[in-house]
Design a protein around this ligand. Structure first.
Ligand SMILES: C[S@@+](CC[C@H](N)C(=O)[O-])C[C@H]1O[C@@H](n2cnc3c(N)ncnc32)[C@H](O)[C@@H]1O
Length: 298
């Protein structure tokens, strides 16, 4: 039993009820948490506050079990010795919550300010270029939402050069995005006009699934990318969605990332961020034009 629990029991008066910590399957010290949190920050920019201690414990416990380890100290040693473990570590600590049409007002704006103007400006021309980046795309619901909006509004999308880049640091979610298969109830909040882009596949009731239409999938390219590292592409984007990613970063990391993202948006293009991520301070080149919607100035 841990020293904490037995130590607390002797120090506190008998009449005082003590809220004992539940015994842990794996030894997990303050030093373990601090060291893993520092590593997450160095590698992925993710800031893990003290309140995330239990989350880190439970997410990494699965790794310890899989590796047959008995303490987080052993896990730290393993992480330091085996560079391949970094991927599993990042996959375990990243938070991937997402859904189709999340923060729907962004897609209304995207439709009226990106998709419709594109259609109106083509005037029968072909090969027009449109680029959108879903940075921190998780399991694909965000880039596929962008894709169904474009597919529906740009009926001759195949005749143009329209591409959505979907990137995430977590290789598990990138794999799921590439498959494009989701539980049937995940499209419950998808507006009816877009349901045609999801095909029911095998399974009944709770096992039922849908698959994103092939023509929609073709618009999206998934890649593993750590936003903290160099970005291996040169083009600029008509719109970037970087939503609910920066909430995990500290202020300095966020400021640097927003500066880099701004450079990747074409003048007059758009940056969509998450509902709790309003950008504090000056962000040269960006103007707030709506709820968590920014425009790159010319
Ligand atoms: C909560 S999800 C948001 C998904 C989607 N953008 C949305 O708003 O629904 C945050 C995603 O950011 C990714 N992420 C965290 N740190 C990252 C980094 N340094 N580089 C790239 N992606 C990162 C996580 O893996 C996770 O999938």
């Amino acid at each position: 039993m841990s020293r904490n629990i037995s130590g607390a029991a002797t120090a506190i008066a008998v009449s005082e009820p003590v809220a004992a910590e539940p015994p842990r399957e794996f030894a997990f010290s303050d030093a373990d948490f601090r060291s893993l949190a520092q590593f997450a920050h160095e590698q992925a920019g993710i800031a893990l506050a003290d309140s995330k201690r239990n989350l880190v414990y439970s997410r990494l416990s699965r790794r310890l079990r899989a590796l047959g380890l008995t303490s987080f100290r052993q896990y730290r040693e393993h992480l330091a010795a085996d560079p391949a473990e970094l991927e599993s570590f990042i996959n375990a600590i990243s938070t991937n919550l997402t859904k189709f049409f999340r923060e729907a007002h962004h897609f209304d704006h995207f439709r009226t300010h990106v998709a419709l103007p594109f259609t109106q400006s083509t005037h029968g021309a072909v090969g027009r270029r449109l680029r959108v980046w879903s940075a921190g795309c998780s399991t694909g619901e965000e880039p596929y939402t962008i894709a169904v909006v474009l597919k529906r509004e740009i009926r001759d999308v195949d005749r143009h050069d329209v591409k959505i880049l979907a990137t995430d640091i977590d290789t598990d979610v990138v794999g799921k995005g590439i498959r494009g298969e989701y539980q049937a109830n995940s499209i419950d909040e998808v507006p009816k006009t877009y349901r045609e882009f999801f095909r029911p596949i095998d399974g009944k009731h709770e096992n039922a699934s849908v698959k994103v239409d092939e023509a929609v999938q073709k618009l999206v390219t998934f890649r593993r990318l750590n936003l903290m590292e160099t970005w291996p592409f040169h083009g600029i984007f008509d719109a970037i969605f970087c939503r609910n990613v920066m909430i995990y970063f500290d202020a300095a990391t966020k400021t640097t990332l927003v500066e880099r993202l701004t450079q990747k948006i074409k003048p007059g293009g758009w940056l969509y961020i998450g509902h709790s991520e309003s950008l504090i301070g000056a962000h040269p080149g960006l103007r707030l034009v709506g709820r968590t919607i920014y425009r790159r100035e010319a």
